[in-house]
Write a protein that binds this ligand. Structure first.
Ligand code: SF4
Length: 251
């Protein structure tokens, strides 16, 4: 190898960031629980721009796509008339430049689209809304600013906040906001801070507080231990402007 060649810089492009290439990890063929009013499938995208210690999908977050977009489209064609919704989840589906073309193709088959997102891509969400790509959004409100880094592994609360403002300032696409709570990371005061913030932003939709449940025994992304206690739901005062729902808490 010549000296010039050996010192030349090469730029490696991640194949999953190329337009038209999508890191689809797997497909859940049927769900009636994940897309309100829809019978749906879930497409799981590899990779995520957060590192939540309680994440129970480390294989998806750290993995590479192994699905084939054409196979997924064939699956969706076969399910036309049986399913009416597609959930884009992960990982973080919004991170990929190939997603708009994929959504266009899926919507052309007549499916409604729900996006599960952690909100770190406000420009993408804004673009998707203006193009009419989305029919429902579930936005994770991971933590208040002071705990955002420890809960997500990133200090980009401001980006999440921009996404929340974008969603709160529009009314044509329904969305819900949800927080997963592991009491080793957050407590009742943190939940109240989130709710006060939602109130200040005039949020009027559904806020879901999900108890951390890790039933399959595999390590989470950050090897979180089991919770020593469960959030005291009676300490959470209902909000006036939005609906509150507790999920996965013991009856
Ligand atoms: S829980 Fe956190 S790390 Fe796991 S997929 Fe969701 S945002 Fe990414």
């Amino acid at each position: 190898m010549s000296r010039a060649a050996s010192s030349a810089k090469t730029t490696r492009v991640r194949p999953d960031l190329l337009p038209g290439v999508l890191p689809i990890y797997s497909v859940t063929p049927f769900t009636m629980l994940d897309f309100p009013q829809r019978t749906a499938c879930i497409i799981w995208f590899s990779g995520c721009n957060m590192r939540c210690p309680y994440c129970h999908n480390p294989q998806i977050v750290k993995g590479r796509g192994r699905g084939d977009t054409r196979q997924v489209m064939d699956f969706l064609k076969r399910r036309q008339g049986l399913l009416d919704g597609v959930v884009l989840s992960g990982g973080e589906a919004s991170a990929y430049p190939g997603l708009p073309d994929f959504i266009r193709d899926v919507k052309a088959l007549g499916y409604a689209i729900k996006l599960d997102t952690n909100g770190l891509r406000p420009d993408t969400i804004s673009n998707f809304l203006s193009q009419g790509f989305l029919d429902y959004i579930a936005l994770d409100y991971k933590a208040p600013p002071a705990k955002f880094k420890s809960v997500t592994g990133t200090d980009k609360f401001q980006l999440f906040s921009e996404t929340l403002d974008i969603l709160c300032s529009q009314s044509h696409v329904s969305f819900e906001i949800r927080t997963t709570i592991h009491t080793g990371l957050m407590d009742e005061n943190d939940i109240m801070k989130i709710m006060i913030d939602l109130d200040k932003r005039h949020y009027t939709g559904l806020y879901v507080i999900q108890n951390f449940v890790h039933s399959d025994g595999r390590p989470t992304l950050g090897s979180m231990p089991p919770q020593k206690r469960i959030l005291e739901t009676s300490a959470i005062k209902p909000a006036e402007s939005f609906d509150l729902e507790f999920r996965n808490f013991p009856a």
